[in-house]
Ligand binder design. Structure first.
Ligand SMILES: [Zn+2]
Ligand SMILES: [Zn+2]
Length: 139
């Protein structure tokens, strides 16, 4: 499927072709810290199927296994865009910055061992359409 996206301030944009089955959510502690969120959703994209406009800032993370991963983000607005190995052949694009995000459904949840212990209760919580004072809705 064809995708396109950008960071929040639009300085960095990209287009690509992905297999929606290669979409997963990562609950590792590094993803929790980088995002400030409970987990990060990604879809994989080969370098040959990805076209990036603009130059993201890169931070090289050393994983617990010792592997080095490039974390690419917009230096202006801070949006997390994608991660790759040092060879930049396969990119894990953050689904939140892809326009077609609602069609990219994680098929696997990885690093479940470090997932927040409330993650399974999310459906039973109270859900509001927008702000905490807005209409209560069912999801
Ligand atoms: Zn930006
Ligand atoms: Zn992770």
């Amino acid at each position: 499927m064809n995708i396109n996206g950008s960071c929040f301030c639009k300085k960095i944009a990209f287009k690509g072709e992905v297999d929606p089955d290669k979409c997963f959510a990562c609950h590792c502690e590094d993803c929790q810290i980088f995002s400030g969120a409970p987990y990060r959703g990604v879809v994989q994209c080969e370098k040959t199927n990805l076209n990036i406009k603009g130059k993201p800032k890169e931070y090289i993370k050393i994983g617990s296994s010792g592997s080095r991963r490039i974390q690419s983000f917009c230096e202006k607005c801070g949006t997390h865009l994608f991660a790759s190995g040092i060879d930049k052949t396969l990119f894990n694009i953050r689904i939140g910055c892809i326009e077609q995000r609602n069609k990219l459904i994680p098929k696997k949840h990885i690093f479940a061992s470090s997932a927040h212990n409330w993650i399974h209760t999310i459906k039973e919580c109270e859900w509001y359409a927008t702000t905490p004072n807005s209409k209560k809705i069912k999801i």
